[in-house]
Ligand binder design. Structure first.
Ligand SMILES: [Zn+2]
Length: 113
């Protein structure tokens, strides 16, 4: 005996399919939603006024004088409020570390002038 419920489901499914309109590809294209009303240039431009890039609010680091975001640890020297928070040289290799130390020394002497 074929399960009565499955037979019923199959028949019901075919019935539902017959009720749906037969769609082809061109129908799908033309059934896309269309704006109800035209938007003015002013309205469009007002919406787009939020999309522009804003100027970054950067402040010079008190330790090394590179521009950084306010209230954040300086990624260049690792200092915040006069204390060293991050050891910037820790992740570098020996060779890179030597070069970086030289660079920092050079920067400091330039700023002293
Ligand atoms: Zn710094």
């Amino acid at each position: 005996m074929v399960n009565f419920l499955t037979m019923y489901c199959i028949i019901y499914y075919e019935h539902i399919l017959s009720l749906l309109p037969k769609l082809n590809f061109s129908d799908i294209i033309f059934s896309m939603s269309v704006p109800k009303q035209r938007h003015t240039k002013s309205r469009r431009d007002k919406r787009r006024s939020q999309l522009g890039l804003k100027k970054l609010n950067l402040v010079p680091c008190p330790n090394c004088h590179t521009l950084i975001f306010p209230h954040q640890v300086c990624p260049n020297c690792g200092y915040y409020k006069g204390k060293e928070i991050i050891d910037v040289l820790k992740k570098l290799t020996k060779k890179e570390r030597k070069e970086r130390e030289k660079e920092i020394k050079r920067e400091k002497t330039e700023k002293a002038k």
